[in-house]
Design a binder for this molecule. Structure first.
Ligand SMILES: Cc1ncc(C[n+]2csc(CCOP(=O)(O)OP(=O)(O)O)c2C)c(N)n1
Length: 189
């Protein structure tokens, strides 16, 4: 399964999408640039945490498209997700076993590390591994009202994708308008 196919499947769903730095964000941008997309252009490892905060603070379902390398960088997030387990949260980890966006250096999941076991051990209520799009679709439907973590096994292939032209500030502002953030924000830029 290719990561771009996984992203296409997620983009069909109704909800907010937080996409990880690098190819995941760029593939989502190319497929469907939309105000409900938050492209995390800077902080590797934080997409799952950003999505969790978002899920806890509003009602729409939040889909996070993350990478194995990034989740490995912030494993504590899996415990925090389990601690709060908001029913509108869905983390999809495209596990291609490499740091794909920086040249396919192998990650620990290429060895003995199993993110599914780690997520389960952290106490997450629903963790599933999928190897094809049909299984991904079934899983997302079955657990559509549950806090869900999906390990989607993908290959290392990437699509030709443009650089996202929006600035991080514009991405944030557009996304905040979409979410209709009620709390007063201070922005001194
Ligand atoms: C703290 C930090 N370290 C390194 C980078 C450089 N970097 C950007 S994307 C990336 C690889 C991400 O790999 P993975 O999460 O497995 O996702 P993939 O690109 O394979 O979809 C790296 C190393 C960064 N942005 N931030």
């Amino acid at each position: 399964m290719r990561r771009s196919e996984v992203i296409r499947e997620i983009a069909r769903c109704d909800g907010l999408i937080v996409a990880n730095i690098g190819f995941p964000s760029r593939e989502l941008y190319m497929l469907q640039d939309n105000s409900r997309n938050f492209y995390m252009l800077g902080s590797m490892g934080l997409a799952s945490s950003i999505g969790l905060g978002l899920a806890c603070s509003q009602k729409r379902r939040v889909y996070v498209i993350d990478g194995d390398g990034s989740v490995l960088m912030n494993l504590g997030s899996l415990a925090t997700i389990a601690r709060y387990a908001p029913s509108n949260y869905c983390l999809i980890i495209a596990d291609n076993k490499v740091y794909g966006s920086t040249g396919n250096q192998p990650t620990a999941t290429a060895g003995k590390t199993d993110l599914m076991k780690i997520a389960q051990g952290a106490g997450n209520p629903a963790v599933r591994r999928v190897k094809n799009i049909a299984a991904l679709r079934r899983t997302m439907q079955l657990f559509s009202k549950t806090s869900l973590i999906v390990i989607a096994e993908t290959d290392t292939k990437t699509t030709e994708v443009p650089i996202i032209p929006h600035t991080p500030v514009d991405i944030k502002a557009r996304f905040m308008r979409e979410v209709t953030c009620r709390s007063k924000t201070t922005d001194n830029r």
